[in-house]
Write a new protein. Structure first.
Length: 548
């Protein structure tokens, strides 16, 4: 039987059978703990059968059953009493996950450290090793492992450490640079300098967290581990998956080869946003195209923001009358929340922009300045249309990162499969989602991540204390739509498109462009990001209790 030693007293495994009892006895096990309810699966032996057989080996059998994600204080108390006895314990469930979580929660209740060298993921023990209490080679193990040191990863590590100082947290990410991506639209509009949106990752890692500069290539949730690009394995008690999403540039034929030249640009890349601004300033006449791919994408308003800021510059410099602006949108509407459409349409009309709905960019040729779009005719038949351009701003199709999309953690569409309220994985109770990688039906924005972070931090803290997740995420997202230099439509909405304004109407009417919202976007939000969110400060983001 494959056993894992959590410390010198406790080991765990998947389902135990009568045939394993002799091996457990030879390992010195005195107490056998079952964390599975009877009849959880067809092949599972009844606890009473194991209990009777265990007596013949002098092993006491204790039943502390709970389903995944349903551990409560009473379970924690029972296991803590067993730990307090000092007896050699072996606990099991279907995979060992629940048993490991219960051990960690009980240790916390007793105020006992889960020392890294003795924690949940030591090398497997043979009976001889266990019986003689030989020292085994410890594998890297943490209380919380966070995949991704972007906005969500750094912020949630800071929030966790504020709630529970001393947690052993690992942030796994190979990137040495960190970016404030909402600022790139402003770079493309000539408002921000690109360098102001960049920091070194090492300067942002919270004190007390460990940064592992590797990429995760695979998950092994049954073994509570992730596999790194260098082949190493990192074990966890709780896992947060927040690697963002993948910008799929290669999904558009010819795009990777022409990006950054031939008038082809995108504010979705740090190095290209300054090129957008150069193109905008240089264009005096001709055709400008802005594209939006099928949803989901991060910051669904970003393709429009590029259009509005460019058109505003052309208007104020007297060349707008010479420029033919076109917005090609794979969707059927200008914006997904109806309340904000009238204000946006007023700017579409002001800038004389032409709208082309249900048009998806599929191919581009920078040398000849041609773009091809897939659409349907009035009879519903698919067709491809082409157009010339002098400048084109492309928003690429987007999907979950390959290592998530191809894992057992993903849903049928490839996104991380989580509960939309608790952000806990639907099948693995010690795995949590955060940010753009999830399948939650909210807008993929920085504002959404800012509201999700406290939810994940509090719910993990609850679980580590042997409690149920207590707070929920309401789907909040915000999209500050920069319709001109100096004015923003501050769109704020939750699940189902419900409007959830943060400010009273006399300060900011969210359905209309205001200078207050511009001040918020251009001056306040970058400061809130760098010095608030990434430091674990949850200003205007306190998590809400789950309603019974």
């Amino acid at each position: 039987m494959k056993m894992k030693s959590l410390d010198q007293q406790v080991s765990v495994s998947e389902q135990v059978t009568v045939d394993h009892l002799n091996e457990l006895a030879s390992c010195g096990v005195e107490v056998l703990v079952c964390n599975r309810p009877d009849q959880e699966s067809a092949e599972q032996p009844l606890f009473s059968e194991l209990c009777s057989a265990a007596k013949e080996y002098g092993i006491e059998a204790v039943h502390i059953p709970f389903t995944a994600g349903k551990m409560d204080a009473s379970h924690c108390r029972q296991f803590a009493e067993l730990l307090d006895s000092g007896k050699r314990i072996h606990a099991y469930c279907r995979t060992g996950n629940r048993a490991s979580q219960l051990w960690a929660a009980a240790k916390d209740k007793l105020g006992m450290a889960t020392d890294q060298g003795n924690s949940a993921n030591k090398a497997d023990l043979s009976p001889a090793d266990s019986a003689s209490q030989k020292t085994t080679l410890a594998k890297p193990s943490y209380d919380v492992v966070i995949v991704g040191a972007g906005s969500g990863g750094i912020a949630v590590s800071a929030s966790l450490l504020k709630r529970k100082p001393g947690l052993r947290i690992a942030l796994i990410d190979p990137s040495t640079e960190h970016f404030y991506q909402p600022g790139w639209t402003m770079v493309g509009g000539g408002i921000f300098d690109a360098a102001a949106t960049r920091r070194e990752t090492k300067t942002l890692i919270p004190h007390g967290a460990t940064w592992i500069k590797q990429a995760v290539t695979a998950f092994s949730p049954e073994e509570n581990k992730v596999i790194l690009s260098d082949g190493k394995e990192i074990y966890y008690q709780q896992l947060v998956v927040t690697p963002g999403l993948k910008l799929n540039w290669s999904a558009i034929e010819g795009l990777p080869e022409t990006l950054g030249k031939n008038g082809v640009t995108s504010n979705y890349r740090y190095d290209l946003a300054p090129y957008t601004w150069r193109l905008v300033q240089a264009l005096k006449q001709g055709k400008a195209i802005f594209t939006q791919p099928p949803m989901p994408i991060k910051c669904a308003g970003a393709p429009q923001k590029a259009l509005y800021l460019s058109a505003d510059y052309w208007l104020k410099n007297g060349v707008l009358k010479n420029i033919d602006i076109n917005f090609y949108n794979a969707g059927a509407v200008l914006f997904g929340v109806d309340a904000y459409v009238p204000a946006l349409m007023s700017y579409i009309e002001k800038y004389h922009a032409k709208l082309h709905f249900t048009h998806t960019l599929t191919r581009i040729d920078g040398e000849t300045k041609q773009a091809w779009f897939k659409t349907t005719d009035k009879e519903g038949k698919e067709k491809v249309v082409s157009t010339e351009f002098d400048m084109i701003h492309v928003c690429p199709p987007q999907c979950a990162p390959d290592f998530v999309r191809q894992s057992t953690l993903a849903d049928a569409a490839g996104w991380l499969d989580v509960d939309q309220n608790t952000l806990q994985h639907k099948r693995y109770s010690n795995i949590w989602g955060l940010g753009d990688v999830m399948n939650t039906p909210n807008a993929k924005t920085m504002a959404a991540v800012r509201m999700q972070v406290p939810v994940v931090a509090q719910n993990i803290t609850d679980v580590l204390h042997g409690k149920m997740p207590s707070v929920g995420y309401n789907g909040y997202g915000s999209c500050p739509l920069t319709v001109e230099r100096g004015k923003v439509v501050l769109a704020e909405f939750a699940y189902g498109g419900k409007l959830v304004p943060s400010f009273p109407g006399w300060i900011n009417n969210g359905t209309k462009p205001t200078r207050f919202a511009w001040f918020l976007k251009a001056r306040m939000l970058p400061t809130v990001y760098w010095h608030g969110m990434l430091k674990g400060r949850e200003f205007m983001a306190s998590p809400k209790k789950i309603q019974p």
